[in-house]
Design a binder for this molecule. Structure first.
Ligand code: V47
Length: 372
């Protein structure tokens, strides 16, 4: 098919994409600088269809946030609360287990569990929580704790990251979500999340997790004070670690939601910027299998269009979401399985329900089978 690029500076990059060659740091900056969104989408779609054909993945999952108490007080976040804040909450173990079973009747295949850095909850408490979930929901995959939470639990328990992860794995952790990476630039982190682990520590924690056989996701927070160069640097660092470990399954670009944060003056990202971010991620992260357009963050409308701009996943049913809704997200907190199917089909893609590790799931009304 003939290509009609408005931005002719992208043509050498198109040659590389067609030849399956790796894009350079400079290529990444050129992609971000271009306004030729259709050209970016065209190139990203080549890679996306080469990897996944016409399939778009989704899952039936439930988010659980056991506590919003957090010692970090990141400026980017509207979710975390001080331990003495009267609006803060911390679930008891029984409440976590009860929450896990609440919601849709559709059998979930994954619990996505993340929370604040609580100064009093111990590693043993989290291990008990995991064991209780496994006892009650043995068929459900536990995707739990960001690299930031792992590093904090290790520090509090006076254990290495490796030992901490070994205990969490023994208690039931099956994989790790991708949150907390923000943007690796230390200059930016000093402003948006100065009490969080460094970018290097996030990467080191992911490395150890992957060495122990855990798969994880990875993210990048964009649309605040970062530059194009900061974004490319972030993507290249993820790509380098992936060359080493192969442990990342999915990349999720996260658009900054400023409401109720100390950075409220920053304007929200636009649909154009969100689609460009999906496309650049697909083009730069040649070794990470999946690019997720998280519908809660992007809206179902943009997540759907993203299926033609490099993404092959829309995330899941979610059921209850706090982190983005505390920061002003106007999307609903859950979509039913049928709604996800329609969203994907109307984008001209073939929906495939997956488990956390992208194995196809077949289901009846209340039970599911993972095809292994
Ligand atoms: O860790 C926090 C970010 C993350 C804000 O692994 C914010 O499958 C925007 O990581 N505006 C949580 N972003 C979400 C996350 C995630 C979501 C869906 C799927 C997966 C996965 C992971 O959101 C946090 C932080 O990086 N965040 N506050 C905010 N105001």
């Amino acid at each position: 098919m003939p290509t009609n690029f408005e931005d002719s500076r992208l043509l050498p990059i198109l040659d590389k994409v067609e030849a399956g060659q790796r894009l350079s740091y400079e290529d990444g900056v050129a992609l971000y600088r271009s306004h030729d969104l259709l050209a970016l989408g065209h190139m990203a779609n080549i890679v996306r269809e080469r990897l996944h054909g016409n399939i778009t993945y989704f899952n039936v999952n439930r988010h659980i946030n056991p506590t919003d108490v957090c010692v970090a007080s990141c400026r980017l976040c509207a979710f975390g609360k001080r331990v003495r804040d009267p609006k803060a909450y911390t679930m008891s173990l029984d409440q976590v287990w009860e929450t896990a079973g609440r919601g849709w009747t559709e059998a979930v295949t994954e619990f996505h569990i993340v929370g604040g850095l609580h100064p009093e909850l111990t590693l043993d408490w989290y291990c008990q929580m995991l064991r209780g979930l496994k006892e009650r929901f043995p068929q459900v995959h536990l995707k739990a704790f960001t690299m930031v939470e792992i590093a904090y639990l290790a520090q509090r328990a006076k254990l290495s990251v490796r030992e901490t992860l070994e205990r969490l794995i023994a208690a039931g952790v099956d994989s790790l979500p991708g949150g907390g990476a923000e943007i690796f630039s230390e200059r930016v982190r000093r402003i948006i999340c100065d009490h969080k682990i460094t970018g290097q520590q996030w990467l080191d924690t992911a490395r150890v997790a992957h060495q122990l056989g855990l798969k994880s996701n990875c993210t990048m927070l964009y649309g605040h004070i970062e530059t194009h160069e900061d974004r490319v640097d972030h993507l290249v660092k993820l790509r380098e670690l992936q060359d080493e470990t192969g442990g990342f399954v999915t990349f999720i670009p996260l658009a900054f939601h400023p409401d109720h944060t100390p950075l409220e003056h920053i304007p929200k990202t636009t649909g154009f910027a969100d689609l460009k971010q999906i496309a650049v991620a697909r083009l730069m992260l040649d070794n990470i299998p999946h690019i997720k357009a998280y519908w809660i963050m992007m809206t179902p409308r943009i997540a759907q269009i993203a299926q033609r701009f490099g993404s092959d996943d829309v995330d899941g049913t979610v059921v209850e979401e706090k982190i983005y809704h505390d920061a002003g997200a106007t999307t609903s907190q859950s979509l039913r399985r049928g709604e996800l199917l329609r969203l994907v089909r109307e984008a001209g893609r073939e929906p495939v329900e997956r488990d956390t590790l992208y194995r196809p799931v077949t289901r009846t009304e209340s039970a599911f089978t993972v095809l292994v």
